[in-house]
Design a protein around this ligand. Sequence first.
Ligand SMILES: [Zn+2]
Length: 165
Amino acid sequence: MKADALKSLIKSNKDKLNIEIDTDKKTISEKSLCPTQVDDMHNPKCLMRECANCSTKLMRKYLNTVKEESQTEDLQISWYKWESRHVERDDGSKKSIKSCVPKSTNFCVFADDLEKDMLGYPSHKFRAQWQQKRMIECLKTLSKEEIMIIIDFNENYTCSFQNEI
Ligand SMILES: [Zn+2]
């Protein structure tokens, strides 16, 4: 969602911004890591944010070019954020639900939030891709008597109901 917000900001400020910047999630993530090594893989230390040569600060530097090029002190951006809020049930008890909240903030507030997201994103993405590759390998070797079951939990290990969102 934030990558889309960035894309629309750049599109709507095309006249002011004199830059071509890729804003997809993969590019933003790559900007926070050392270059890939063997087989297009990142060093695990980079992915786990244990590398002294890369960090989300590098990504922030990349994002700051948008702000600098805009030459606007108070560059505003509209974006969406998943937030928890408490609601009261019919029986008076309270529950926490997540909803997608529209935001309109200074670019720095947005970039701070994106930087936080990027702390864990590369390792999460790596695990997802690794699991996907292994799953495809397993599928190829399944016999006619075997089945594959995929059970995917979200990061918070909770069950969310559709009407929460
Ligand atoms: Zn690194």
